[in-house]
Design a protein around this ligand. Structure first.
Ligand SMILES: [Fe+2]
Length: 276
């Protein structure tokens, strides 16, 4: 479903999962206009494992709520680079990427992490675009491969598994597991903004909202309104069961403080809201 209700969209935006959601309401230009990069340049890649890196993106500001952004880069066994939730691409990041290998896959795990796909596609025209059907529907201007669902495509299935969280009337998300590094990769299903970040960038009442929403580091949850929108929890519970079978050591998220050890326990806590 397209979630076009403005009030709902604003609520998600305020909670940190909808910074790009108005694209479906007003189109690409309005979306970009509302997103304002407020500070910083993309940093160098940080190596997490022999075949896994992260890149911290610019802080984005939406309706007065700034968010840190992060993307993940995996190198598949054949050398191809798989880029998850691409952040703003600048010369520094592109130079680092070019040292690693050929960018072959650009992945938007849900329909609000697609903002920079086009920029990356221009820089790497040989790359293929991937996302769940909700992303593909939202970006008819881009040519995607077949929709991502619960089974990884052959292109990365030997290195990366995936689980499709759905059952929300607002949004679905595909969660990934990079086997060689035992890393689960989550976009908005877990958000963990640090107290330091919030004090630097959010007002006192914004910090209160963030805490109530569950997107602070000591809670590390999906935003409350998104959790509530999972009216059908059966498929999401099935996805969680699949995810919890992965031998996870770390969990990397798009927004906030990621989990460097004991990832499995972290996932159990962060997805406890789904119930038994
Ligand atoms: Fe997000």
């Amino acid at each position: 479903m397209q979630y076009k209700d403005m009030t709902w969209t604003k609520a998600l935006c305020g909670a940190g999962i909808g910074e790009r959601a108005l694209r479906s309401e007003h189109g690409l230009c309005a979306d970009v206009a509302m997103l304002r990069c407020c500070s910083g340049n993309a940093k160098m890649l940080e190596k997490i494992h022999d075949a896994l890196w992260i890149a911290e993106g610019k802080i984005v500001n939406f309706y007065g709520f700034p968010y840190p952004t992060r993307c993940v880069i995996a190198q598949l066994a054949n050398g191809d680079l798989w880029v998850w939730s691409p952040v703003a691409l600048d010369e520094v990041l592109q130079g680092e990427m070019d040292k690693l290998g050929p960018v072959r896959h650009l992945v938007s795990p849900n329909k609000i992490h697609h903002l920079y796909l086009q920029d990356w596609k221009v820089a790497y025209p040989q790359a293929q675009l991937w996302g769940p059907r909700s992303t593909i529907t939202k970006r008819p201007d881009l040519a995607f491969r077949e929709p991502l669902e619960d089974v990884a495509p052959a292109e990365w299935g030997g290195d990366i598994e995936q689980a499709w969280f759905r059952g929300s009337f607002a949004m679905d998300e595909v969660v990934f597991f990079h086997g060689p590094s035992r890393t689960v990769i989550v976009a908005d299903l877990i958000e963990a903004l640090t107290d330091t970040f919030l004090r630097q960038h959010w007002s006192w009442w914004g910090r209160l909202l963030a805490r109530l929403d569950g997107i602070v580091a000591d809670k590390a949850l999906a935003p409350a309104e998104w959790r509530l929108s999972f009216l059908n929890r059966k498929p999401a519970r099935a996805a969680r069961a699949k995810m919890l079978d992965w031998p996870c050591e770390r969990v990397i998220m798009a927004h906030g403080d990621w989990c460097r050890s004991e990832g499995h326990a972290f996932l159990v806590r962060s997805f406890g809201w789904l119930g038994a």
